[in-house]
Ligand binder design. Sequence first.
Ligand code: NAP
Length: 259
Amino acid sequence: MDLGIKGKRALVCASSKGLGRGCAEALAAEGVHLVMNARSDGPLQEAAQAIRDAHGVEVVAVAADITTEEGRAQVLAAAGQVDILVTNAGGPPPGMWHDWEREDFIKALDANMLTPIALIKALVPGMMERGWGRVVNITSQSVKAPIPVLGLSNSARAGLTGYVAGTARQVAEKGVTINNLLPGIHATDRAVSLDTGVSKAQGITMDEARKQREATIPARRYGTAEEFGAACAFICSHHAGFMIGQNVLLDGGATNATI
Ligand code: NAP
């Protein structure tokens, strides 16, 4: 299927690896020019070059921390006008509800709620003026069903979800869609770090920790960045213009709910 977005320009945040990289690759495969971002310049430049080589699209790579005002300013200055925005950043660390202080919440809110909101506020007005735009926020399955040890993530992402629910309905008439993609467990560095935590806490091997988690997923496996990217590209496509303010779960069936 031709997604109808060839020649458009996308900002994909936190995209040198993992799910952001999957989204960048899938958009580039559709002929979308990219602005990519991550904090470490080396892996970012390597990823950008690999995508240029594979798909022949223009890629601007900006090494910056997207969760800081300064980092966002750098990325937005390099990005200029974009048609597609994919927001993403690292997730907050796990822990226990009684250990988190105000500063921990502020950090999580900054990274996983206020950063996407700032990027939406900066880029959606231009999309509305031009009458076409797509925003996809990478959030988490924890929005639908909490993951207790990820209380900081549960809180920040729920806040973003509330903002998107209203805002998506305010901008839709101008041809701009805002939706959220909710990953369950995917085989990325984030999954390795979560498995490391389980392996240490339970005194089991990494392989056992992964098998234990896979057994809880109806698909009996972790998702891949490629399939996550493909779903993102579809939501950014010409065909998905009637999809407004949705929370699309990609979790291999892990969240046990009827709707
Ligand atoms: P990942 O494999 O660790 O990749 C993270 C990417 O983001 C890297 O390119 C990293 O590069 C970049 N990054 C991290 N913090 C950044 C920042 N502050 N500014 C700019 N770039 C930043 O992670 P992932 O698995 O793709 O996860 C992406 C998001 O989905 C996270 O918020 C995670 O919590 C959420 N999520 C993931 C899963 C999963 O199973 N993978 C499940 C649910 C939710 P640098 O380190 O160089 O900055």
